[in-house]
Design a protein around this ligand. Structure first.
Ligand code: PAF
Length: 274
């Protein structure tokens, strides 16, 4: 496995690769990321993983400064799984202030409503990385469901010749979705954190049992989390196709939530087919 930090070196390394499968990450890799890399391996001859904590997608009061940076450890985990790790310094991807940006769909909805500019920052860096790596296929986790939707729409609407594949969310044995941000949780918060997943699972069961009052389900889930001390950004039942509010009788749904436990903002989602 090669570790490359410059765009020029990466381009010359990949020039003759006919089938590149790409997994963009911000590092601090856990089992969920490694699952995505394994999916990439099933599809591509050359597997490229990028590790870059993208300043463009963090708000002024967010955790850009403290986001865990563990490059050496990440590279050891990738040694037998990837062919190339692209780990550029910030000056390589942003030699000047980034003035051109991708305006993604739903940028002010769901997480976008609480993280202004976040999805613009994500879409812009992903497009830059796609242009640099030029993969045939890219893998993103369903844990960031809205991000996966944004990237899929960007690829489709900008006619990028890249297949975007979604990987299932990896979970701890108790159900908590794996996330680099879980390490911010205290021991007590970690025990409580699984309640987010349990709440979504409760909504999913209610939908499977025939409930169709989406607003009521969202309100009750929000109240249940709030009663235990969570600060809820949203709990939302949407359709899978466009992340829009479902029409009556629509069957392919997803329940999404974002909520803060202490200082840590957690997100999760569950698909449900009725
Ligand atoms: O999901 C992430 O880790 C990031 O948002 C991504 C896709 C690597 C873009 O910085």
């Amino acid at each position: 496995m090669e570790i490359i930090s410059s765009v020029t070196d990466l381009r010359s390394r990949l020039r003759n690769e006919p089938a590149i499968a790409f997994v963009p990450t911000m590092g601090n890799l856990h089992q969920g990321h490694l699952d995505l890399v394994r999916i990439a391996r099933q599809h591509g001859k050359c597997v490229v993983v990028s590790i870059f904590v993208n300043p463009l997608q963090f708000g002024a009061n967010e955790d850009f400064g403290k986001y865990p940076r563990t490059l050496q450890d990440d590279c050891s985990k990738l040694e037998s799984l990837a062919d190339v790790v692209f780990a550029p310094p910030e000056s390589e991807l942003y030699p000047q202030p980034q003035q051109v940006a991708v305006i993604p769909p739903l940028e002010n909805d769901l997480c976008g409503a609480f993280r202004p500019g976040h999805f613009r920052g994500v879409a812009t860096v992903v497009l830059k990385l796609f242009n640099i790596v030029q993969p045939q296929l890219a893998v993103f986790g369903k844990k960031d469901y809205q991000q996966l939707y944004v990237v899929r729409q960007m690829a489709a609407q900008l006619n990028l010749p890249i297949e975007v594949v979604g990987g299932e969310t990896a979970r701890a044995p108790d159900g908590l979705a794996l996330s680099s941000r879980n390490q911010y949780l205290s021991a007590g918060e970690r025990t409580e954190a699984v309640f987010l997943y349990q709440t979504l699972a409760g909504v999913r069961q209610a939908l499977l049992d025939g409930a169709a009052d989406y607003a009521g389900l969202e309100r009750r889930a929000t109240q249940a989390l709030g009663a235990r001390g969570w600060l809820v950004d949203y709990v939302a039942v949407r359709n899978q196709a466009g992340l829009a509010q479902p029409r009556e009788g629509e069957g392919e749904l997803v329940i999404l939530a974002a909520a803060r436990l202490g200082q840590t903002r957690l997100i999760d989602n569950l698909e449900v087919c009725i």
